[in-house]
Design a protein around this ligand. Structure first.
Ligand SMILES: *[C@@H]1O[C@H](CO)[C@@H](O)[C@H](O)[C@H]1NC(C)=O
Length: 314
């Protein structure tokens, strides 16, 4: 009631990570190292795929897009967190908060849709190996990436506009390290039912449908392998799909645990730790999961950097 008379707040305070002040410096160094690893690892993948023509296949073009979106996804939250850990008042302006939310949703959604595109690509490669090049034409790949981009633009815009409609009056302390949608909703003075309904619906669209599609394409892959069991076929399937499957479970496991499970029994600490998993750990691990044990990537590493060296000698 009295909320309407108070000033509308112009900035939020981000409480950051729930850690002891004594450990602050240790965590700062750790997070900085993680962020640098994420940036360098993903950049390396993008550069390798860009400059090595052996890797201009749909799978690696999707991987390059995934690396790009992982790089941006962690750049949405990490630099601000690192800056706030060093400042006295860890604040973020209202517009900055909404901008962060928009890009967080955009790159998070993009990552989710790209994982589906990659699962579809593996499905075609293993179930229809003879038609692979015709089905996954460069036009089809481009359409898949463009469609993911458009869908996630629409969803991120929708939620950001719905959030901009709310107004915040009394409390401006966010118990999180970035402008998380659900944390912001808890602070709003106006009615948030429409927002919650749409989060539920589009959360299903962004998480459950991609997850089901991925599971379906893996069921197809496994059944097609079991029809003609051969050691070579099984090994090929595991080497190409194993890495994808581990990224998928890490990403969807943590996000689903957070958004689709009832939030009443989550403490703020637990939510923050789980959010750290998918905002920091998944984008950091992607390059390693895909490049370790991957002969193509190692070959590309040699080709791209040795070619450069010989060129600079000439
Ligand atoms: C993303 O994928 C598209 C379509 O396959 C490709 O043309 C583009 O170069 C990729 N972008 C990046 C940054 O890898």
């Amino acid at each position: 009631m009295s909320g309407k008379n108070q000033t509308i707040i112009s900035e939020f305070i981000l409480l950051g990570l729930p850690i002891d002040p004594e450990l602050e410096n240790l965590f700062y160094a750790l997070l900085l190292a993680m962020y640098l690893t994420t940036v360098l690892g993903n950049l390396l993948i993008i550069i390798l795929i860009r400059f090595d023509s052996h890797l201009h296949t749909p799978m690696y073009l999707f991987l390059s897009n995934l690396s790009f979106s992982g790089l941006c996804f962690s750049s949405v939250t990490m630099p601000k967190l690192l800056q706030n850990m060093q400042s006295q008042i860890p604040s973020i302006p209202y517009a900055g908060c909404l901008t962060q939310m928009y890009f967080f949703l955009f790159f998070g959604g993009l990552e989710s849709f790209l994982l589906v595109a990659m699962a579809y690509d593996r499905y075609v490669a293993i179930c229809f190996p003879l038609h692979y090049t015709t089905i996954m034409s460069s036009h089809r790949c481009f359409s898949l990436v463009a469609l993911s981009g458009m869908l996630t633009t629409f969803l991120a815009m929708l939620h950001t506009l719905l959030m901009a409609r709310l107004y915040f009056c009394a409390d401006n302390v966010i118990p999180h390290f970035f402008c998380d949608m659900s944390a912001l909703l808890k602070l709003a003075c106006s009615d948030t039912r429409v927002n919650e309904l749409l989060i539920f619906i589009t959360g299903g669209l962004i998480l459950a449908i991609p997850f089901l599609l991925i599971i379906m394409s893996y069921v197809q892959i496994v059944s097609s392998i079991l029809k003609v069991p051969s050691v070579r076929g099984i090994r090929k399937a595991f080497s190409t799909c194993g890495s994808h499957l581990s990224v998928v479970s890490l990403f969807y496991g943590t996000v689903t645990g957070l958004y689709l499970c009832p939030s009443t029994d989550h403490s703020a600490v637990k939510e923050t730790v789980m959010a750290m998993m998918y905002t920091m750990v998944t984008p950091m691990l992607n390059p390693f999961i895909y490049s370790l044990r991957n002969r193509d990537m190692k070959g590309a590493l040699g080709r791209v950097f040795c070619k450069r060296k010989t060129l600079s000698f000439l």
